[in-house]
Design a protein around this ligand. Sequence first.
Ligand code: FPP
Length: 250
Amino acid sequence: MTAAPAATGGHASHGGGRGDGPRHVAIIMDGNGRWAQRKGLPRVAGHRAGAEAVRKTLQAAADAGVEVLTIYAFSSENWRRSAEEVSDLKGLMRFYLERELATLEKERVQLRIIGDYRAFGPELSARLEKAVERTRTNTRLTLVIALNYGSRAEIAAACRSLATEARDGKIDPSAIDEEVVGRALQTSDWPELDLLIRTSGEQRLSNFLLWQAAYAELLFVDTLWPDFDEAAFNAALASYAARHRRFGGR
Ligand code: FPP
């Protein structure tokens, strides 16, 4: 990589935080349905196993000194799934929050949400907000869950807010550069995305962190998400480190 990456926000910088590993890793957790189908199980069983994989991956990320782990749990396109599956995913989220909040606290993990999570209704929204509030001062690792998230919608919202500021005379349009746009995104609190992993062999970004992935290393692995674990995460980190050794310089 030759050009210096544009900052996404105030603390933006690549790598080099707590070691040579990535500071910010994002994952498109794909393959729950196929995992379940191969085992002759209902799709929800795949999502349940996927939630277990989240637990293992979070632990591996914390142990490796990753600062931010962003996971795509529900895209704005996922509403097209059956009402039953959407309801299963909501139920799983509720269950995960209930069961894992103590672990997040114990492991000093801060929980944050990106995306329009309020579309999941007042009850789940309140639970999410409570978990975010309860973990607000934790600093070991930040777990960002993308819920009802779509990158183009995020960028459009940033454009709207900057246009409003310009109209109101709060910002000079000529001052709107990449850094200003980055700061208007929902990810503005976190370092640049270093590594984006997608499981299950699919090689698409699916409207996830399009702006943020501009300089990220992309890693596509064949593992179905429910089979992803500490070893798979560490292998991804090793692959990232090898690329850095080869292309170095940032
Ligand atoms: C993609 O697999 C996965 C999802 C759409 C949901 C991801 C949700 C979880 C991993 C569990 C809940 C998350 C948390 C944080 C508790 P897919 O269903 O598209 O798989 P397929 O492509 O094989 O059908």
